[in-house]
Design a binder for this molecule. Structure first.
Ligand code: NAD
Length: 481
């Protein structure tokens, strides 16, 4: 349909999805898509420019004239169609995440499923929202904010796009999606799937291009009312600043340096594998990764011993192999970034318990790094304060519960946190003192109706469930004299 394969096996994508059709790019810049397992080019993508972006914005604006007045039932029907279309391509979506991003297959499958599930979760949340409230001669209705630009990161492409699209569509908004250029192939598989939902033209448009070109046009264009962004703090700040000129509403899902607090009554045999799973989630390229492990000093030696044993189960290698726990980094740049933090940890005096610099033995071609654990880390070290976005865990010892809470909160981030302990009441008491948008107790778990988002530098606003939909709504009050 819109992807061609050359004689050399390299695919080419030259189109964007605008007004319900795949249209040739006006932008001429071409980007090579590089496979992270062996650094080979596998596709060539023509990137969109400002004009492509403006076409997409116009299409979304035209579609909003009708869709902005849609009923709850019409929106629910569209969400069900999107769900059916994405579900039918779940395996292809997972395969694309494994190939282009290097996501480990087990986790990639979960990410894709939670993206697909977002459409039905939004349909359910639609029912919970009180769309109209009246008292006396006053009626308040919740109205769609308008045309929305959805700008996403590369580490969970299908999830970010489906989640933002589901919330926006549930609210009655039309959208322009700007995925990361590092997710071009994954996006193509997803857009071809969603195209089969046969939605009204212009309801969703997708332009793949560079952030400073396509993203910047979305942020500055007065026809775009809202930006929902997932990515780095620096770009989030620029969106808030530059969006102010046109009074953009913004939702920002940014970074994290999430603490996992091990309470002194925890069962180490279960707690340590759980903590390592949270640290190495999505090969460590996860905003929610639990990268600071706060451990009572009294149990530090036992923790170190259990980590040494448990880390053997976190095999690094081919992401398509279901036994692999940690795949390659997405790019050479990301590989180098992680290496530089491992060096920094060593320079600042942290002690390597596992992993370290360079590639793992036998994995020299791609962007693989060693799952790494540092001990003797203090919370003021760079590796404890900055987001590394790779499989690097810092173990920090504490003396008392109060000190653990203080260390956990002593971060510019506040996205996610975890508490592990046997006494549930105590774990809850600790959880309630953490300044993070989401706190999990005793392991990873999910709830598609629970809000997701950060305190402090981790962002502005929330996604998921009714919170995610409300981010695309404006209340309007009508008062009769
Ligand atoms: P990034 O900020 O570099 O890019 C994110 C998106 O913004 C990309 O699509 C990019 O092209 C675009 N962009 C870049 N410059 C822009 C500009 N000037 N104007 C508009 N758009 C622009 O982030 P990344 O490297 O793709 O992703 C990694 C970051 O994302 C990490 O910091 C991570 O913590 C964060 N993240 C957050 C969450 C969350 O839910 N909170 C989830 C995943 C990733």
């Amino acid at each position: 349909m819109s992807t061609m394969t050359n004689n050399d096996g390299i695919r080419t994508i030259t189109t964007h999805y605008i007004d319900g059709a795949f249209v040739e790019s006006h932008g001429r810049e071409v980007l090579d898509v590089v496979r992270p397992t062996d650094a080979q080019a596998i596709a060539r993508v023509t990137l969109a420019d400002e004009e492509d972006t403006r076409h997409a914005i116009s299409a979304a604006r035209r579609a909003f004239a009708t869709y902005g007045r849609s009923t709850k039932d019409e929106r629910a029907a569209i969400l069900r169609r999107l769900h059916a279309a994405a579900s039918a391509h779940a395996d292809a979506l997972t395969a694309a995440m494994v190939e282009e991003y290097g996501g480990v297959v087990q986790f990639a499958g979960l990410i894709v499923q939670s993206g697909i599930g977002a459409f039905l979760a939004a349909e359910k949340a639609l029912e919970e929202i009180e769309w109209t409230r009246s008292w006396g001669k006053t009626t308040v209705t919740l109205e769609p904010v308008g045309v929305a630009g959805l700008i996403t990161a590369w580490n969970a492409n299908a999830l970010f796009i489906c989640l933002k699209l589901a919330s926006a569509v549930a609210a009655g908004c039309t959208v322009i999606i700007k995925p990361s250029e590092l997710s071009s192939l994954q996006t193509r598989v997803l857009v071809e799937a969603l195209h089969t939902a046969d939605l009204p033209k212009g309801l969703f448009n997708v332009v793949t291009g560079l952030g400073q070109v396509v993203g910047a046009e979305l942020v500055r264009n007065p026809e775009v009312n809202k930006i929902s962004f997932t990515g780095s703090v620096a770009v989030g700040q620029s969106i808030m600043r530059d969006g102010a000129a046109t009074m953009k509403r913004v939702t920002l899902e940014l970074g994290g340096k999430s603490p996992t607090i091990l309470l002194d009554d925890a069962d180490l045999a279960r707690a340590i594998p759980a903590a390592l799973t949270m640290a190495f989630l999505n090969s460590g390229q996860a905003c929610a990764a639990g990268t600071r492990f706060l451990v009572p000093k009294s149990r530090l030696n036992a923790v170190k011993q259990t980590i040494r044993e448990a880390i053997q189960a976190f095999a690094v290698g081919n992401p398509a192999d279901p036994t692999t726990a940690v795949g390659p980094m997405v790019s050479q740049r990301q590989y180098e970034r992680v290496q530089s933090y491992i060096r920094k940890g060593i320079e600042e005096g942290a002690e390597l318990l596992a992993g370290g610099e360079d590639r793992p033995a036998g994995l020299t071609a791609g962007f693989f790094v060693k799952p790494t654990v540092f001990v003797n880390v203090t919370n003021d070290m760079t590796i404890a304060q900055e987001e590394i976005f790779g499989p690097v865990l810092s173990v920090i010892a504490y003396d008392s519960e109060d000190e653990a809470i203080r260390i956990a909160n002593n971060s510019r981030y506040g996205l996610h946190a975890a508490v592990i302990g046997t006494d549930l009441e105590r774990a809850r008491r600790v959880a309630a003192q953490l300044r993070a948008g989401r706190v999990v107790i005793n392991g990873t778990t999910d709830d598609p109706q629970a809000p997701w988002g950060g305190f402090k530098y981790s962002g502005v606003g929330r996604e998921y469930g009714r919170y995610g939909i409300e981010a695309f709504l404006e209340p309007r009050a009508i008062l009769e004299a």
